[in-house]
Design a protein around this ligand. Structure first.
Ligand code: BGC
Length: 768
């Protein structure tokens, strides 16, 4: 297989050609916009099986949540990412028959996504109702260099006729409101009603306005070229480009269209600045060619791979699968400090485009260590929404600190089901944990002072105010945190969730630690944030007294105070068709049993490796593996990492293989609704924290590598405090190379490895 080929995803290699699945797999994005890879000639046939569309990160509408019984403090509005018109869409007219009125037969003959450049190349075989046949080829990309831009080059070639063909290119909604079975809570539950207005401009320009959130966005379409056959009808009722061609089989006709998707503005600001925004939008594409725009974008994609690529030798399918995951993560991540990563990336409307803890705990490490500027922008989103989180804490009667929303686009809570939503207050500690990881890995003290410390402080304040010192029972004298839901959504509203308490403890300690650092770096900041010595002492005391439930008899960490008093769910005898259980059981049924949707207590074993010895890890693992269904795609990566830690390489590999290929193989059966972004981040975690055994601890960066049988090599790079390192592992040795930056020491299986530039250090690996 050529090196280039290893970055390509071919239609022929996909498990399924189901239209909606293919649309997700080949979706193009750049953190601002995402376009599903639709059939561009779908017409308005309700029989079209796909779900085409375009998403702009952070462009959403609100709709009231209707509760049967609406209690105080329930989230009041749904936030739903808007599905915008498909920019790939075009209309053909042959022999007076238009493809939007009478469906043409369109067969996907080829798709190749070259992730090394980000270019998607597709071929369709088209047959008109009058049996005229031609090939439609498309080259498209979402620009990685100019995030507002998406570009398509169409190439049309007649196969069995010579004669006229008319192409019409316009903004239009097609097939996006198809009613479908919607009994799956993970799908978007609402269609949004967008107001669309054509604005007078030098190219077809549409303004989208949302009704309730009062947001506005511009989409302009421009023909990029000078072919006189392309006619702009700027004043038509539906402004469009019309292209009249005389086709012959020996010559194809080519046209490039560029789309610009502007910034999101509130309606009022939009009205005041409309002319200016239109001008800006058109300027992105003015005098541009496909070649220039593509060269700039491909150069960025190249830079991405330079820093973020992972090489696996010994399993070519997996190699591709990993690259597929990494590039999708890159395509999904907001980079403007105002947006985050939707759980489905920008590839679908699943989970309504919401941001979850998925970002901080599953995806951020990849960005922290390979694209730290993106990690910073993502944490920046949390910082920008501190006020909303403060208000939410007050609504929840917590007197100080902030409570971040479980799921959101605009910073407010959007979960209508609080037992598995708002109650997951661990989100606060997740954000603090990730902030610390970012600061540790980058030494970005500027971010610490401007935003990071406040994130850690305000979340610590929340814990202190939310929890309390217990007076009775085994918990007496301890700091406890009651009525919460941990990561496992099959166990809700429990007392002292191990993960939550351990993370809160860490959060409180981080506040104390960074306050001490700020005393030296920026003492004014402490005064500005009203941090007192008493408060820091209270943080420390609560952390020291944090209750961490433990079963002395079985010597396992307990998911919560009452975990073992619930009967075990009989997973062995449950029919395979009943998974995921959430689609077959009322939540209260699941809450009564020992049954986990995903890693919960084990998340804590993963994040705090120094907390337990290997025997403790083994006991925890065996117990929780027995009650976990992995109904969430966030689960297997963690089981893989911990299997590695307990030196069970075969199991680590098995879990990892399911994780790595979740979307490419449609493991969960719902990739059509969008990628599983957290799981993709999880595959990087499994490689780096699992097989390479990386850990950032008190002594710095440590590695404990072990490759599964059959892999010859694992190679990746990380950035660390102004340096870049290459880590190259094979079955027998690990080689660490400092590619840039100051000398440093890392640790590999208890060996000190002093690194200086271009002096690789190789360690012979001990087998477990
Ligand atoms: C998982 C959550 C996750 C959410 C979004 C749910 O199925 O249980 O942990 O945050 O999906 O990915």
């Amino acid at each position: 297989m050529s090196v280039h080929e290893q970055y390509q995803i071919h239609l022929q290699q996909l498990k399924s050609r189901k239209q909606s699945f293919v649309e997700t797999i080949y979706a193009q994005g750049n953190g601002h916009l995402g376009v599903r890879a639709s059939n561009p000639l779908q017409g308005n046939s309700p029989a079209y099986p796909g779900n085409p569309g375009l998403f702009v990160n952070g462009f959403y509408d609100l709709s009231p949540i209707h509760y049967g019984e609406a209690y105080f403090g329930y989230a009041d509005s749904n936030q739903t990412i808007c599905e915008l018109p498909d920019p790939r869409y075009l209309i053909f007219s042959v022999d007076g028959v238009r493809s939007d009125e009478t469906p043409y037969q369109v067969e996907m003959t080829d798709k190749t996504w070259d992730m090394s450049t980000g270019l998607l190349l597709e071929t369709f075989h088209v047959t008109t109702p009058t049996d005229k046949q031609f090939t439609l080829t498309m080259e498209s990309f979402a620009s990685q260099a100019e995030r507002h831009v998406y570009v398509i080059l169409y190439d049309v070639r007649a196969l069995n006729f010579s004669g006229p063909l008319t192409i019409i290119k316009q903004h239009a909604y097609v097939n996006q409101q198809i009613p479908r079975d919607n009994n799956d809570v993970r799908r978007a539950q609402r269609d949004n009603v967008l107001q669309q207005t054509y604005l007078p401009a030098a190219a077809p320009t549409m303004q989208f306005s949302t009704q309730k959130s009062q947001l506005s966005l511009l989409m302009t379409m421009q023909y990029l070229g000078s072919d006189p056959r392309v006619q702009l009808n700027a004043h038509a009722e539906v402004p469009n480009y019309t292209i009249k061609l005389e086709l012959t089989p020996d010559r194809s006709a080519q046209f490039t269209f560029g789309y610009s998707l502007g910034e999101i503005h509130n309606l009022m600001s939009f009205k005041l600045n409309q002319a200016n925004y239109i001008e800006k939008s058109l300027a992105h594409l003015k005098n541009q060619t496909f070649a220039d725009l593509f060269a700039a974008s491909a150069a960025r994609a190249h830079d991405f791979w330079q820093d973020s690529d992972v090489i696996i030798e010994g399993d070519p399918v997996l190699q591709k699968g990993i690259r597929f995951n990494l590039f999708h993560l890159y395509q999904a991540a907001g980079r403007d400090h105002l947006t985050d990563i939707p759980a489905k990336g920008l590839t679908g409307s699943g989970y309504e485009g919401h941001y979850f803890w998925d970002t901080e705990m599953y995806m951020l490490p990849f960005f922290i260590y390979t694209q730290p500027q993106i990690a910073k922008a993502l944490l920046g989103f949390r910082y920008e929404t501190l006020n909303e989180a403060g208000q939410r804490a007050r609504e929840m009667a917590v007197k100080s600190g902030v409570l971040f929303p479980w799921r959101t686009i605009n910073g407010q809570e959007a979960s209508a089901y609080f037992p598995a939503g708002t109650a997951q207050i661990h989100i606060d500690a997740d954000i603090a944990y990730a902030t610390d990881q970012y600061i540790q890995a980058t030494a970005d003290t500027d971010f610490l002072i401007k935003a990071g410390f406040e994130l850690i402080l305000e979340t610590a304040r929340f814990w202190l105010a939310y929890g309390n010192y217990a007076e009775h029972g085994a918990q007496a004298g301890h700091f406890v945190i009651n009525r919460v839901t941990g990561p496992d959504e099959y166990t809700a509203l429990i007392d002292n969730n191990y993960y939550t308490n351990r993370m809160a403890q860490h959060n409180l300690r981080l506040a104390v630690k960074y306050a001490a650092e700020l005393r030296k770096l920026a003492p004014n900041k402490l005064a500005e944030l009203a941090v007192t010595a008493d408060e820091l002492a209270a943080f420390k005391a609560a952390a020291d007294k944090m209750y961490l439930p433990y079963d002395k008899k079985n010597k396992i960490k307990l998911q919560d105070d009452n975990a073992l008093n619930r009967p075990r769910f009989d997973l062995k005898n449950e029919p395979a068709t009943n998974f995921p259980l959430l689609l077959h059981y009322h939540p209260l049924v699941l809450y009564r049993y020992q049954v986990n949707k995903q890693a919960d207590t084990l998340m804590s074993d993963f994040l705090f490796p120094l907390d337990q010895d290997i025997d403790q890890l083994r006991r925890d693992y065996d117990y929780y593996e027995g009650i976990t269904t992995h109904d969430s795609s966030l689960s297997r990566a963690i089981f893989s990492i911990l299997a590695n830690r307990k030196h069970d390489s075969a199991k680590a590999h098995a879990y990892f293989m399911d994780t790595a290929l979740t979307d490419l193989t449609d493991l969960q059966g719902n990739s059509e609704d969008g990628i599983h972004a957290a799981n993709m981040g999880g595959s990087w975690l499994s490689l780096v924290y699992g097989f390479a055994g990386m850990h950032y601890g008190t002594e710095g960066l440590t590695f404990d590598p072990c490759l599964p049988a059959g892999w010859f090599r694992l190679n990746f790079k990380i950035k660390y405090r102004g340096r870049q390192l290459s880590i190259d592992i094979n079955q027998n040795e690990a080689t660490f190379t400092l590619l840039s930056g100051e000398p440093m020491t890392i640790y590999c299986q208890k060996h000190d490895c002093a690194l200086s530039q271009q002096m690789p250090n190789t360690v012979a690996l001990e087998k477990a």
